[in-house]
Design a protein around this ligand. Structure first.
Ligand code: PLP
Length: 413
């Protein structure tokens, strides 16, 4: 008989979170050597050049001025109705697909990913994503008695390995007749890759081929957690319109998060949205996910919903917010550009970066490289096949010197 008090399915490894462990070591190094001598690129949050946390003033002054009941009261289980309208606009902006679209509020993008996994796959199913991925996808699959499988992410030309995707997609779809695929784009965590419109056309062709067998149920979850940190000039929402007029057995879901784009990380605000050609599928989505909200966390954060709603609907609230965000989008872009430029100068290879909080360095021994870098006061996160460097958390000056330091350490590993 086991000594565990937790039930069999809930026995988990006794281990601390890697990111928080490395971040704690970075804090120790700051105390010992001084902040100017430490490059802490471990945390996936936006920091000022001096290391202060970025929380948009426009968001927090507006939130704190709300009447208490607008923060304290329960929100509707499915999300307040004006929020549900606003979040559709926040997600799709001027690229709303011509389809049936519904939304249900969730605590951040994580809540949305949870519901997609729980409600659109069966126990024991495999869920598909790219070989480099945000680790909690796996945690959520395991937590819900599902499995995560991956396809090789990049081909030799710096693009998505569509052939590798097709092979795994066809395999699981044939086997399960139902398949959830997660694409984290644009501004993928951990690489910063954004799937191009041409790549989306190829993906959609593959989905359509799969949908020709009417027994198959194809669900795609687009995790857009970092979308609002893409520079507007790249028009990274254009692909969304491609989801109009799809077969009825293809359902597109979006996991929207207000954590980064609105600096609402701890306020837990987000939504799961669906895009479908069939009205009943949208209705089913709404009531199923409403039920899941009731059956998990009940409702979301009312004050956060109100702030996002007013940003979207009221120009006086929106204007200072968009000014705030624009400032930080530019700051992030500058840091990333400097990191890319210096990497190219010193010959440090990177996975293809397009937008967002992270760059990723391919590496054979990520754990060893991470340990050695820490000895040089550079703190990055070891992944399956690389090191994640969070440009969101590191000043431009430090982004300028980091590639050379990393290159030198990698030469020894
Ligand atoms: N998806 C990715 C790839 C992320 O990196 C994150 C947060 O780090 C999320 C989703 C969800 O974040 P949250 O639950 O805070 O909205």
């Amino acid at each position: 008989m086991s000594n565990n008090m937790v039930a069999d399915h809930a026995i988990r490894p006794v281990e601390n979170d890697t990111i928080f462990t490395i971040s704690a070591k970075a804090s120790e190094a700051v105390l010992k050597y001084g902040a100017e001598n430490v490059i802490n690129s471990s945390m996936g949050v936006l920091l000022e050049d001096n290391g202060d946390f970025v929380a948009f003033e426009s968001v927090y002054s507006y939130l704190k001025d709300l009447d208490n009941p607008k923060i304290a009261a329960y929100a509707s289980i499915e999300g307040d109705s004006d929020f549900l309208q606003a979040v559709k606009k926040a997600c799709f902006k001027n690229h709303m697909p011509n389809a049936y679209i519904e939304a249900v509020a969730t605590p951040g993008g994580s809540g949305a990913i949870h519901h997609a996994i729980f409600n659109y796959t069966n126990i024991g199913d495999s869920i598909l994503t790219s070989s480099l991925y945000w680790d909690p996808y796996n945690t959520m699959c395991v937590e819900n008695s599902r499995k995560l499988d991956t396809y090789n992410m990049f081909n030799g030309n710096g693009g998505l390995d569509i052939d590798a995707f097709k092979e795994k997609f066809d395999y699981h779809l044939n086997k399960q007749k139902r398949l959830l695929t997660i694409f984290n784009t644009p501004a993928h965590n951990p690489t910063g890759y954004s799937i191009s419109d041409e790549e989306w056309d190829k993906i959609i062709d593959i989905l359509k081929q799969g949908a020709s067998n009417k027994e198959n149920k194809i669900i795609v979850l687009v995790d857009v957690a970092y979308i609002d940190f893409c520079d507007e000039k790249f028009d990274r929402r254009a692909f969304m319109e491609k989801f109009a007029g799809l077969e009825e057995n293809i359902l597109i879901l979006f996991a929207f998060s207000a954590s980064k784009g609105y600096t609402m990380y701890g306020l837990r605000n987000g939504a799961l949205l669906c895009v479908t050609s069939k009205e009943e599928i949208a209705k089913e989505f709404f009531y199923t996910n409403l039920h899941s909200n009731r059956g998990t966390w009940s409702n979301g954060t009312k004050g956060a919903m109100k702030v996002l709603t007013d940003i979207i609907n009221d120009e006086n609230v929106g204007k200072p917010f968009y000014e705030d965000r624009e400032h930080y989008v530019k700051l992030l872009r500058k840091r990333a550009d400097v990191f890319l430029e210096k990497s190219s100068e010193v010959g440090l290879e990177l996975y293809p970066y397009k937008d967002g909080f992270f760059v990723c360095i391919p590496c054979k021994n990520p754990l060893e490289a991470c340990e050695k870098l820490m000895k040089n006061n550079v703190f990055a996160i070891p992944l399956q096949t690389g090191l994640r460097f969070a440009v969101c958390a590191v000043s431009e000056d430090k982004c300028m010197v980091a590639p050379k330091k990393i290159k030198e350490v990698l030469a020894e590993c």
